[in-house]
Design a binder for this molecule. Structure first.
Ligand SMILES: [Fe+2]
Length: 170
């Protein structure tokens, strides 16, 4: 991706769920499971985002993510049921990150999942929910990031003389 495309990806990622402004609060904030009817309203949020932002010229190229982040590789997603590479690349990449973030976070109706469980789930969804290449890239990125964090942790542990016992840095 070019630098300009990355700017659009960033904007799209920031705006990805803005369409939820068009979903009533009693649905968005409902602690329990949604009814079929409520799911219909919830699944309109990508279309709401498109309708809200598509007339804003500079945001138009950033709409792939808000409009298509719930499409699925096998064509069973929404709002348009796009399949495979019909789904814009930015949205295919973002879909993996979005599900990872959702499952790693507490929700009113369930506690966050541990990292390994989430990664295993994402692996099982390659080729159905997600573009298999996007999953491969994501897992690679996560493993590099965790190697980097472990290296940093080892460094701080080895240089712990300047770290107070309760963990705050002097
Ligand atoms: Fe969403």
């Amino acid at each position: 991706m070019s630098d300009v495309e990355i700017i659009h990806v960033r904007r799209g990622a920031l705006l990805h769920d803005m369409g939820k402004l068009g979903v009533p609060d009693h649905i968005l904030l409902k602690p329990g499971k949604l009814t079929d009817e409520e799911w219909v309203a919830m699944r309109r949020h990508p279309q709401h985002a498109y309708d809200m932002f598509s007339s804003i010229h500079y945001l138009r190229p950033a709409l792939d993510i808000p409009y298509c982040h719930h499409e699925k590789w096998d064509g069973t997603g929404y709002p348009r049921g796009l399949k495979g590479e019909q789904i814009p690349l930015a949205a295919r990449l973002f879909a993996v990150v979005d599900v990872w973030d959702a499952l790693r976070s507490d929700r009113p109706y369930r506690a966050s999942w541990p990292q390994e469980k989430v990664l295993e789930y994402i692996r099982t969804q390659a080729g159905t929910h997600f573009d298999p290449k996007a999953v491969e890239l994501f897992l690679q990125l996560i493993s590099e990031k965790s190697r980097m964090l472990n290296r940093r942790r080892r460094y701080f542990t080895a240089n712990a003389a300047w770290v107070r016992p309760h963990g705050s840095i002097t």
